[in-house]
Design a protein around this ligand. Structure first.
Ligand code: TRP
Length: 446
């Protein structure tokens, strides 16, 4: 264990921080547009099942690995089994990729927040918002400036450390986020015709289920819960000895799921009420919502509120991704937190440049038939995160001492623990084959 390592100050702080990592653009931006392009209710149903079974179990897997060694990602795996330290390296690499495209979208949210504050978004005719979104994302310089601002905010928070930066920020943010989304939800479901949207969103049409939908729902579970990247290993590593990890895992998974479902209930009733199409893609929340709000009383207020929500949610997640690499570099190379946060932030910015330009001048530039932004997204959510989650499950199920795991989870309590027994069976026998099949499908082998 590294000397003088920081710790979360309270259980609640830890739960808020982990929820803050989980709840982000993944819930409010990615989940609704995936549900929108993958057939609504059917996608939501599969997502719910995978999330509350496999997702929640994997969350606990990561917390246990982190809490066991109180060290950075590479060491956390390496301490259990030397060969598995490569998962740590893979995670640092993937966090770098996700953070780069995540920051591009984070930049968009800041831009849209400004545009909604100045009243521009609310005053232009609805159909021109598509043009605003497209011409902004396709331009070269402007989105990069906002990406840069977004990364600068990340650097600022991460540089302050765990308790004073990450924990404090999330404690204030999570309750606020919940309140804002609740206000918006009430507004949306009371619109005329909202019921059509609610039905489309929540009533599964089983004929729509396909392997593509399952792969997408699966990837979204990883992305949304922040598993498969060591984020939760690293947060778990900052825990003191006596936390109730199963309870924390269940709560975080539940909050994360709830916020996604609520985000859909903000967006789809409104989309249907104004007869717009749900399958807009990544522009969904950026294009559709301003259109909706512009037609509502107090639209200005709701729009500003919504983009504040989006910026804050994005930040509480991106800092957790950044922390994966930062903890590693601090502990391995003894670099000061502030210094490495700045350096790392800049390097991420360099990778964000092509990701952002792929909406504009690099649009025609395709690898494996995808433009760069989509490739980054696909590689991370559907290939790298599941792969690393699979490796974690195998490590815990097959390469670690069961009694040791139980001791970490139950804080040394030797009594029979049914929860532990079931969870362990799921991790050992159920999760590996399921992830393997879906993963092979995602990379096109079956
Ligand atoms: N879960 C966050 C979201 O939903 C994003 C995120 C944070 C993430 N850390 C991660 C995604 C680790 C994948 C892996 O927006």
């Amino acid at each position: 264990m590294v000397k003088n390592r920081e710790q979360f100050r309270s259980t609640l702080g830890f739960i808020f921080a982990s929820s803050g990592s989980a709840i982000g653009l993944g819930n409010i931006w990615r989940f609704p547009y995936l549900a929108g392009t993958n057939g609504g209710g059917a996608f939501v149903l599969i997502y719910a099942i995978l999330m509350l079974t496999i997702g929640a179990s994997l969350l606990l897997v990561e917390f246990v690995i982190g809490k066991n060694s109180h060290a950075n990602t590479v060491k956390s795996y390496g301490n259990i089994n030397k060969r598995f330290r490569y998962i740590g390296y893979l995670n640092i690499f993937t966090s770098f990729i996700i953070l780069s495209f995540y920051s591009v979208v984070g930049g968009w949210t800041i831009y849209f927040l400004f545009k909604s504050i100045t009243g521009v978004l609310i005053s232009i005719p609805g159909d021109e918002i598509t043009t605003v979104f497209q011409s902004f994302t396709a331009s070269s310089l402007s989105p990069l400036i906002y990406t840069f601002i977004f990364l600068a905010l990340n650097i600022y928070i991460v540089a302050k450390g765990i308790a004073l930066g990450i924990e404090k920020y999330n404690e204030f943010l999570m309750p606020l986020l919940f309140l804002i989304i609740l206000i918006l939800l009430v507004r949306s479901i009371t619109l005329p015709g909202a019921i059509d949207g609610i039905i489309w969103y929540l009533k599964p049409d089983f004929s729509k289920i396909s392997s593509g939908i399952i792969v997408a729902a699966f990837g979204q579970v990883f992305f949304s819960l922040s598993v498969g990247l060591s984020t939760m290993v690293v947060y778990g590593s900052y825990l003191s000895r006596n936390e109730n990890l199963p309870r924390a895992s269940a709560l975080v998974a539940l909050f994360d799921f709830l916020i996604s479902v609520m985000a859909g209930l903000v967006i789809f009733p409104a989309v249907f009420s104004f007869a717009m199409k749900p399958s807009e893609g990544p522009g969904l929340v950026f294009i559709t919502l301003p259109q909706v709000f512009s037609m509502l009383p107090f639209g200005y207020f709701f729009l500003v509120l919504f983009f504040i929500l989006l910026v804050l949610a994005a930040l509480s997640s991106s800092i957790s991704m950044m922390e994966v690499a930062i903890t590693y570099f601090i502990e391995t190379y003894n670099i000061r937190r502030v210094k490495i946060s700045i350096i790392y932030g800049f390097i991420v910015f360099l990778l964000a440049i092509p990701a952002s330009l792929s909406f504009g001048i690099l649009n025609g530039w395709k690898i494996f038939g995808m433009q760069l932004f989509d490739l980054f997204d696909y590689f991370s959510a559907n290939v790298s995160l599941p792969f690393s989650a699979l490796a974690c499950a195998i490590l815990v199920g097959w390469f670690w001492n069961k009694e040791k795991i139980k001791a970490v989870i139950t804080n040394g309590n030797k009594n029979n623990n049914h929860f532990f027994t079931y969870w362990f069976l799921i991790v050992k026998y159920l999760i590996p084959p399921i992830i393997t099949v879906i993963w092979l499908n995602a990379i096109g082998i079956i």
